[in-house]
Design a protein. Structure first.
Length: 252
């Protein structure tokens, strides 16, 4: 336990020190390429309930955006540092970096993320469970909030807390957009449809694109890779591509 805690703290300290250096390097690159300092879009994946699959969606969404040629930065705002771990495994397995991953698990996120967005097309925030201060800070930084929800009554009920936080954030950011993402749907069952029906009473919609429970996603965590890298034409890769397209359409 002490080793794990020390590893996480070290990773977070290293990650928290990186955004400023990253911004300086990216600014120099942008000047050379003639890019203008127009802020990118900030996408936060948040759910106060743990186990909703935020990190898997965040790493895959960021990867899919990066593969289209976009400049992408992923901010790991979860004190557990799961996205940082994924990035570390990716490097250990000899895979090239698709996008920057930095630890930023602090409640100044709403001040720092917009600055990072000046040097990116997209900033993806992997949010924390059960840390309301961090969640509020992420909401104040975001242009779009995605709420991953597993197709179960417990997850649908638990989403009420996040809906409340979003309503509070919209007092300060009326333009904040939000949508549910049905995640880990079990293929061949009606549970996903039932979850969508249950979410119909919420103040914002569930995206038409859904992501299913698939072995390739579990394997991607240990290997530090994306589903499309394991099998470019697999169902998981198609689902992530559809989700990414839906996100881009919202942000246009």
């Amino acid at each position: 336990m002490e080793f794990t805690r020390a590893r996480i703290e070290a990773a977070q300290k290293a990650g928290n020190a990186m955004p400023e250096a990253f911004r300086r390097a990216q600014t120099a690159e942008n000047r050379l390429s003639g890019r203008q300092d127009q802020p990118g879009k900030v996408i936060a994946l948040l759910n106060q309930k743990g186990g909703a699959g935020k990190t898997t969606l965040a790493t895959h969404l960021a990867g899919e955006l990066a593969m289209t040629g976009s400049r992408v930065t992923l901010l790991d705002a979860d004190p557990q540092g799961s996205a940082l771990d994924w990035a570390q495994r990716r490097l250990q397995n000899g895979r090239g970096r698709l996008y920057g991953v930095f630890g930023l698990a602090r409640d100044s996120l709403h001040q720092e993320a917009p600055q990072i967005a000046l040097e990116a097309d997209y900033v993806v925030i992997d949010g924390p469970p059960r840390v309301a201060a961090l969640a509020r800070s992420a909401l104040l930084a975001a242009d779009l909030v995605l709420i991953p929800v597993q197709p179960s009554a417990y997850d649908v009920w638990a989403s009420h807390e996040m809906v409340t936080l979003i309503a509070e954030a919209r007092v300060f950011r009326p333009q904040l957009r939000a949508a549910f993402v049905i995640n880990r749907r079990v293929v061949g069952t009606v549970i996903g449809r039932e979850a969508r029906a249950a979410l119909a009473d919420q103040p914002f919609a569930a995206l038409h694109a859904e992501v299913s429970q698939r072995i390739v996603f579990a394997d991607s965590v240990a290997a530090g890779r994306l589903a499309c890298e394991a099998s470019p034409k697999c169902a998981a890769a198609r689902e992530i591509a559809a989700l990414t397209q839906a996100v881009q359409e919202i942000l246009r």
